[in-house]
Design a binder for this molecule. Structure first.
Ligand code: TYD
Length: 165
C-alpha cells in the first residue's frame, strides 16, 4: 500500500554535515521525495510536533533540541511517498534510542546520547499513518507538496507575502 511519511533531519544531523549520508541511505528505499524545505523551528512548532510527549521529563530538552538550541538552528523537513513508505523509512531510521538502534541504521550509525541524557538521534520519521498526516499537515502547506496526498479546499485569502525584488 502506498503511503507518505514525514522525515526531519534534526539539528545534530545538519551540524554534523550528515544530510548527504542520510539522504543516500533513504534513497535505498526507492521512494519518491514529494516535499522538501529548510525550517527554523519555532517553540510553537516544536511543542506541537512533540505534543504527545509533553508530560515526559525530557520534553523541555527535546523541544530545545529540535529548535536547534544545542546545534545549528535548522531542520530539513521532507515528505517521502510510495509503497510502505512509513515502515521502510522507520526500518532504515532505527530505534529511538541510538544506543539500542541497529548499528547499520541511521540512528545507530550517527546518533548519540548526550551526558544530559538527550537522545540526539539525527532524524525523525513518522510512526504510523495518523501521525504522518498530523505531522505533514503541521510542517507543510498543500502547495509545498507535489503529490495529491490529502484532500484540500480552496480558500480566498488576502495576506502579505514576500516576493523577490
Ligand atoms: P518518540 O516519539 O517516542 O520516538 P521516535 O522519535 O522514535 O518516534 O520520541 C521522540 C523523540 O524524543 C525521540 O526521537 C528522542 C526523544 N526521546 C528522548 O530524548 N528520550 C527518551 O527516553 C525518549 C523515549 C525519546
Amino acid at each position: 500500500m502506498n503511503n507518505q511519511t514525514l522525515i526531519l533531519i534534526k539539528p545534530d544531523g545538519l551540524t554534523k554535515s550528515l544530510t548527504g549520508n542520510v539522504l543516500s541511505r533513504l534513497s535505498e528505499t526507492k521512494l519518491d521525495i514529494v516535499g522538501a524545505r529548510m525550517v527554523q523551528v519555532s517553540r510553537e512548532l516544536a511543542e506541537e510536533h512533540y505534543r504527545e510527549l509533553k508530560d515526559k521529563p525530557f520534553f523541555d530538552d527535546l523541544v530545545k533540541y529540535i529548535m536547534g538550541e544545542y546545534h545549528k538552528k535548522k531542520v530539513m523537513a521532507l515528505v517521502y511517498y510510495g509503497e510502505n513508505a512509513i515502515s521502510k523509512v522507520r526500518e532504515i531510521c532505527g530505534k529511538t534510542n541510538p544506543e539500542e538502534a541497529d548499528s547499520v541504521s541511521i540512528r545507530g550509525a550517527y546518533g548519540r546520547i548526550t551526558t544530559a541524557g538527550v537522545y540526539e538521534n539525527v532524524m525523525h520519521a513518522s510512526a504510523n499513518p495518523q501521525d504522518a498526516e498530523r505531522e505533514i499537515k503541521l510542517w507543510f502547506t498543500p502547495d509545498e507538496i507535489i503529490a495529491d496526498i490529502y484532500s484540500t479546499i480552496e480558500v480566498e485569502e488576502q495576506t502579505k507575502t514576500l516576493k523577490w525584488q
